[in-house]
Ligand binder design. Structure first.
Ligand SMILES: C[S@@+](CC[C@H](N)C(=O)[O-])C[C@H]1O[C@@H](n2cnc3c(N)ncnc32)[C@H](O)[C@@H]1O
Length: 347
């Protein structure tokens, strides 16, 4: 199904293909970039804070006594994400907690599909088996398997998903500890192990929740610079991608075409909703200034009124490096974490 949206002005246009996952966005001309969407294109929804794995670096501090979003609340959220004129979000990224531990997970996926929204989810993969993988066919756009070291990669689980015709990505948390394996991955060392994977997405380690160790990437670490250098020369068979926090590095220090890089989309094109129906621009926000509950506000109020201050704050956070050729494309370093500033050394 093709979804094509036009705002009331020609300054925002969106095209999305739910079969292929391809999305395009443009402004008055194909070259122009809209500042924000009149309605979010993507919602990152945490459907629980329940997870039995207990990763030491979990930014959500999820545990085996964490709570679940009910199916009813999830339906309320999807209804709230549907605008009378602009329609619904194009896709949802479901996380948690561990999605496969949600007792109504398949009902959540089905109700998402019934609304014409693409559902993607991330999982630690531990509960995946052939029956679960087969049930996912036709219900999801893609599944991401999360890893922190290559030994976390459950190749047999990935294979079950691929055999069921599901597109599989790997989400690789990038911190000081995982850098050597990340460099080896870019150098092609794991091509055989990762055969069939659509893309490896590197997620910048955020110091939140249980991730309190000083494991953030650092520009003073030569291994980090080696990793950045390897991006342009990578020998991966699969595609590679990065989360928004890495964008300043890509723009400043690689030859990746700026037209293919989206600056941080949080609060401008995407929104985060937690299992208690709190809406924030970003899942990693470390304060509650721009957090609004859907029981109290409509999404229209949150998106168009309450987030206005957030956007002003973000736009007033420009990069200090005036020498960067791509400064115009960049929204500067992460507003929330001073530590996630590693595209250049300050003078
Ligand atoms: C919190 S998990 C929840 C979903 C699911 N349990 C999983 O393992 O994918 C969502 C994503 O956040 C990533 N993540 C967890 N802690 C992180 C941190 N401190 N910094 C960056 N990413 C993190 C995980 O690797 C995963 O891809």
């Amino acid at each position: 199904m093709i979804i094509s949206k036009h705002a009331d002005s020609p300054a925002y246009n969106f095209y999305g293909n739910t079969d292929t996952g391809l999305t395009l966005r443009w402004g008055e001309t194909m070259e122009a970039n809209p500042l924000r969407a009149p309605w979010p294109e993507l919602a990152d929804i945490s459907i629980s804070n329940h997870c039995t794995k207990g990763c030491a670096f979990c930014y959500r501090n999820s545990s085996d006594d964490g709570s679940f979003m009910t199916l009813k609340d999830y339906e309320t959220v999807l209804a709230a994400l549907t605008h009378p004129r602009y329609g619904s979000v194009f896709q949802v990224a479901l996380g948690g907690g561990e999605p496969l531990e949600h007792p109504r997970f398949y009902d959540l996926l089905q109700t998402t599909k019934d609304r014409g929204i693409v559902a993607n989810f991330t999982t630690n993969g531990e509960h995946m088996d052939r029956a679960l993988a087969n049930k996912l066919e036709g219900l999801v756009g893609a599944v991401a398997l999360s890893i922190h070291t290559m030994s976390d990669y459950l190749a047999h689980k990935a294979r079950l998903l691929m055999e069921a015709g599901i597109k599989v990505n790997v989400h690789f948390v990038l911190d000081k500890e995982s850098l050597p394996e990340a460099i080896a991955l870019l150098n092609g060392k794991y091509n055989e192990l990762l055969a069939g994977i659509n893309a490896v997405i590197f997620l910048t380690y955020k110091p939140k929740g249980r991730a309190v160790r000083n494991d953030c990437l650092s520009i003073s670490d030569e291994r980090f610079n080696k990793f950045v250098h390897s991006i342009d020369h990578n020998e991966c068979d699969m595609r590679i991608g990065f989360d928004a926090c890495f964008v300043p590095v890509l723009l400043r220090r690689t030859t990746v075409d700026a037209d293919y890089i989206d600056s941080c989309e949080c609060g401008f094109f995407s929104v985060y909703i937690d299992e208690k129906m709190n809406v924030s621009p970003c899942s990693f926000a470390n304060d509650q200034r721009f957090r609004f509950n859907l029981r109290r506000y409509t999404l229209h109020e949150i998106w168009n009124e309450q987030f206005a201050g957030y956007r002003l704050m973000m736009l007033g956070n420009p990069c200090a490096d005036k020498t960067c050729a791509n400064a115009a494309h960049c929204r500067g370093k992460c507003y929330y974490y001073e530590q996630l500033s590693f595209c250049h050394r300050s003078a």
